[in-house]
Design a protein around this ligand. Structure first.
Ligand code: CA
Length: 161
C-alpha cells in the first residue's frame, strides 16, 4: 500500500493495525459490526465446502459461525432474514461429529455443541456417519440440520472486536 493511500484511509476514519485495516466501527475490512463484542463477515456469492469455509474465516482472522445460546439463534436468524440476498441460503456452522459419530464438537475449541431445541430442527441430526457437518437450513427456518461436509453452502465468519 502506498503511503498516500494510508493517509487517505486514516482520513476516512480507518486505521491499520497488525496488517488489518480497521474501520471506524472497530471491525477490520471486510467485516461489519454485529454487536458489542463481535464483527461479522458474510460471503454471499461463493458457496464452499466445510473445509474451505473454515479456511476462509481463518484467512480473514476469524472463526466460522458458532454460537450456543437462544439469543444468538434469534440474532443470526434475524440477520439472515434482513440482510439483502441472504434469506434463501444454507449457512455452515463450525461444528462436526467427524471424529466420533453423534458427538458434535465446535471446530475452534472442541467444546460440545448444544443439542435439541431451539437449535436443531426437530429430529435432527439424523443422518449418521454419512452427514458429519451442520448448516442453518433455510428449508427449516434456519434451524440446524446435519449435511455432508463435502456439500457447498455459504459462509459466515465471526471475529471478536
Ligand atoms: Ca454424523
Amino acid at each position: 500500500m502506498k503511503t498516500s493511500s494510508v493517509f487517505l484511509l486514516i482520513a476516512l476514519g480507518a486505521t491499520l493495525t497488525q496488517g488489518y485495516l480497521f474501520k471506524s466501527d472497530g471491525c477490520p475490512e471486510p467485516y461489519d459490526r454485529l454487536d458489542e463484542t463481535r464483527c461479522i463477515l458474510t460471503d454471499p456469492f461463493v458457496a464452499k465446502n466445510y473445509t474451505d469455509a473454515i479456511a476462509y474465516c481463518k484467512t480473514h482472522g476469524g472463526v466460522l459461525l458458532h454460537f450456543d445460546n437462544c439469543a444468538d439463534q434469534t440474532l443470526f436468524y434475524d440477520y439472515i432474514q434482513t440482510e439483502v440476498g441472504l434469506a434463501s441460503h444454507h449457512y455452515w456452522l463450525a461444528a462436526t461429529d467427524e471424529a466420533e459419530e453423534g458427538v458434535w464438537l465446535w471446530d475452534h475449541d472442541k467444546k460440545p455443541v448444544p443439542m435439541g431445541s431451539p437449535f436443531w430442527y426437530v429430529g435432527e441430526p439424523n443422518s449418521g456417519t454419512s452427514y458429519n457437518c451442520v448448516v442453518l437450513s433455510y428449508s427449516y427456518t434456519h434451524r440446524w440440520v446435519d449435511v455432508s461436509c463435502a456439500s457447498k453452502y455459504l459462509t459466515i465468519c465471526l471475529r471478536a472486536v
